[in-house]
Design a protein around this ligand. Structure first.
Ligand SMILES: CC(=O)[C@@H](O)[C@H](O)COP(=O)(O)O
Ligand SMILES: NCC(=O)COP(=O)(O)O
Length: 249
């Protein structure tokens, strides 16, 4: 089955927040994206609400539950009590836990399981009891998938930032090799539950084909920055269709 596309709306919210007026309207963009065939919506509320506001989560949750019950709502973030309560009040299907410090400008590393594995175990259990699938954000390190399973993950999200930033072909190939090694390790770990692989960060229509050829069993990619940049020129429906085509839909 081709890799699914979840569109991250952080960049749209960032543009809205430049002013006190309520546009671009996230619900309108979410409808455009889902009507164009995207499989889901991703948001990553950060504690300072610099792009996604906590109130946006409720609006998108209601929209998706009422109008797009088949689509996936993925919420990403650091598992603070505030974040976990927000997730509990939402209709999120998947929660992607990311080890972000509030001061970070964007996500730039996966979990350190030696330091946080114990905490994650409790959090994944809590989220699963609430009916959510839990994905853990990982660096492309071969020992990370097994540690993620021990921490209770249903999925992993491979952090593709270094690949996205590798603009020279040799550098990109080195990063693909690292991602493939992590994906191989992920396939070989057994767990109590079916285990899948997502990927994200700085993916584009240009760098996706090589990634998907190297790791054809990716369940889902979440893409925001690159797709929004394309949408500025093409419009969201055409940008989404372009990414879906690249993914083989
Ligand atoms: C988890 C991840 O990879 C991030 O890409 C994230 O969702 C993007 O966050 P910002 O939009 O705040 O940079
Ligand atoms: N999980 C990654 C994501 O949602 C989007 O990241 P980016 O495309 O904005 O870098």
């Amino acid at each position: 089955m081709p890799t699914k596309l979840s569109v991250n709306l952080n960049a749209v919210a960032f543009l809205r927040n430049r002013r006190t007026v309520p546009w671009p309207d996230l619900a309108t963009v979410a409808r455009a994206v889902l009507d164009a065939g995207a499989h889901g919506i991703t948001v990553h509320p950060r504690p300072d609400e610099r792009h996604i506001r906590f109130a946006d989560v409720a609006v998108l949750s209601e929209l998706m539950a009422a109008e797009y019950p088949e689509a996936e709502f993925n919420i990403e973030g650091y598992p603070s009590r505030q974040f976990l309560d927000l997730v509990a009040s939402s209709a999120a299907h998947q929660v992607t836990l990311v080890p972000d410090d509030p001061e970070q400008s964007t996500s730039d590393h996966g979990w350190d399981f030696a330091a946080h594995g114990e905490m994650l175990r409790g959090v994944t259990e809590e989220l699963r009891q609430g009916g959510r699938r839990v994905s853990l954000f990982l660096d492309a390190a071969p020992d990370a998938p097994a540690a993620a399973v021990r921490a209770g993950a249903d999925r992993i999200e491979l952090f593709t930032g270094p690949y996205g930033a590798a603009l020279a072909p040799d550098d990109a190939q080195r990063e693909i090799d690292r991602l493939v090694a992590a994906a191989d390790a992920a396939r070989s770990v057994g767990g109590e539950r079916p285990f899948g692989m997502n990927a994200g960060h700085d993916l584009t229509a240009e760098n996706l084909p090589a990634l998907c050829a190297a790791i054809p069993d990716l369940a889902e990619v979440s893409i925001g920055h690159g797709l929004t940049a394309d949408a500025l020129l093409l419009g969201f429906p055409a940008a989404v269709r372009r990414y879906l085509q690249v993914l083989g839909h």
